[in-house]
Write a protein that binds this ligand. Structure first.
Ligand SMILES: Cc1cc2nc3c(=O)[nH]c(=O)nc-3n(C[C@H](O)[C@H](O)[C@H](O)COP(=O)(O)OP(=O)(O)OC[C@H]3O[C@@H](n4cnc5c(N)ncnc54)[C@H](O)[C@@H]3O)c2cc1C
Length: 385
């Protein structure tokens, strides 16, 4: 059987390579960085903060695909300890109870939202302005957008239904962080005979069947195809480690500003040294807002959730994520309208801004599995592009 080339060693590339190898193909994977994982990498011990991918939902097929191969185990679920330390910020203060407008939205989760209308208009009409507002802010955590109300109602509502499923909480926390999943994916790939060339940036497309599993920006350059564009979010990220204090919260879902604070070392203490906590915060950037101003808003969120954190700080880093947080669909668009996976001529795209369903990195994995299926089907008859 002929070989398949995969370009990119993030979740999409590793998934595509493994699926192709499991289908019987000879596979070579090229990754520009010396380390695999792309946005699914984590910082090194003793402070293990995930660069991108943080939480995976166990009710999605990508999680099941990984779990069937033993690649996400061991993981932790949320417990009572975390539940007791969860708050929302609403009307300027922290509350343990879910606000009424959010309860109203959850009670109406069976509604079907239109693709063509923006979420704010549709939800205001169906649920009232307060509910429309809080749902948008709840989804700051999965859209990384300052105003999800401007996006397609169907897109926003699908995500809201997903994160408020009756079997909630479905999030799973990988023990040791996402770099552990990347390590296991790489080991599994090598066991399947996949040839991995890390530290090799591809600048010219190979002639055989090829899956391009880079970010969409990198694919646009590599394929010299200016049509490869899709909207994504923009947020400031703040990772902290602090000496533990009894008053530290586990989660703040910020219904005022769309921010989010989560103390990941609560379900997984291996992420920080004994006696310390590892916390990751995010805040969508407003139009025209500077990083410094967004960071100030984020630090105020930290003040609420981690009283006195500045005096207990042992480690910190911050960054801005621009166009790296997955696809956003505007009114009139669905995932089917994003750049197609099948490019013709023995070329396929995978990644989190291409035409595949799912939440965040699920899009990368779903598109990778589709691309691999196509590549395997094409192999016997494919000649040279
Ligand atoms: C702050 C943040 C938080 C997130 N939180 C979550 C979350 O909680 N849950 C979730 O599911 N998802 C989350 N995501 C999204 C998730 O991280 C991404 O969807 C996923 O990691 C993308 O994987 P990928 O393989 O498609 O792309 P990437 O991870 O970008 O991998 C592409 C790879 O291609 C390589 N490459 C590029 N060009 C070339 C070239 N020419 N030759 C060779 N290699 C090349 C790059 O070096 C890179 O390693 C988050 C993202 C961010 C930024």
């Amino acid at each position: 059987m002929d070989g398949i080339t995969v370009i990119g060693g993030g979740l999409a590339g590793l998934t595509a390579a493994i699926a192709c190898a499991e289908g019987g193909a000879r596979v070579t994977l090229f990754e520009a960085h010396r380390t695999l994982g792309g946005r699914a990498r984590s910082s090194e011990q003793p402070y293990v903060a995930n660069d991108g991918t943080r939480v995976f939902y166990s009710d999605g097929e990508p999680f099941r695909w990984l779990a069937r191969r033993g690649l996400v185990q061991p993981y932790r679920k949320l417990g009572l300890k975390e539940g007791r330390k969860a708050r929302v910020r609403y009307g300027g203060t922290l509350k343990a109870a879910i606000p009424r407008p959010l309860i109203k939205a959850i009670a109406n989760r069976r509604l079907v939202a239109p693709v063509d209308e923006d979420f704010a208009s549709w939800a205001t009409r169906r649920l009232g302005a307060d509910a429309a507002h809080v749902v948008g802010k709840v989804l700051g955590v999965v859209t990384y957008d300052h105003d999800p109300g401007r996006l397609s109602a169907a897109f926003v509502w699908e995500r809201f239904r997903r994160v408020t499923k009756p079997r909630f909480p479905a999030p799973r926390y990988i023990v040791g962080g996402w770099s552990k999943v990347v390590e296991r994916l790489a080991t599994h790939a090598r066991d399947l005979g996949i040839h991995i060339e890390a530290g090799t940036r591809v600048t010219d497309l190979p002639t055989g069947p090829t899956i391009v599993a880079t970010s969409l920006d990198a694919a646009r350059q590599l394929l010299a195809d200016d049509s490869l564009r899709w909207e994504s979010g923009r947020a400031v990220l703040l990772d902290l480690a602090v000496r533990q204090a009894p008053g530290d919260l586990f989660v703040i879902s910020d219904l005022d500003e769309g921010g989010f604070l989560e103390r990941y070392s609560s379900p997984d203490p291996t992420l920080a040294p004994p006696g310390e906590s590892l916390i990751q915060l995010q805040m969508p950037v407003r139009p025209g807002e500077s990083k410094a101003d967004t960071l100030t808003r984020l630090e105020l969120l930290a003040d609420l959730g981690l009283p006195g954190w500045r005096d207990r700080l042992t480690w910190r880093r911050d960054a801005t994520a621009t166009g790296r947080t997955g696809a956003l669909d505007r009114p009139g668009q669905t995932w089917r309208d994003r750049p197609a996976i099948v490019r013709g001529d023995g070329l396929w795209l995978a990644g989190d801004q291409v035409a595949a369903p799912g939440l965040l990195s699920e899009v990368s994995m779903n598109s990778a599995l589709v691309a691999a299926r196509h590549a395997l089907t094409a192999l016997p008859t494919l000649r040279v592009r």
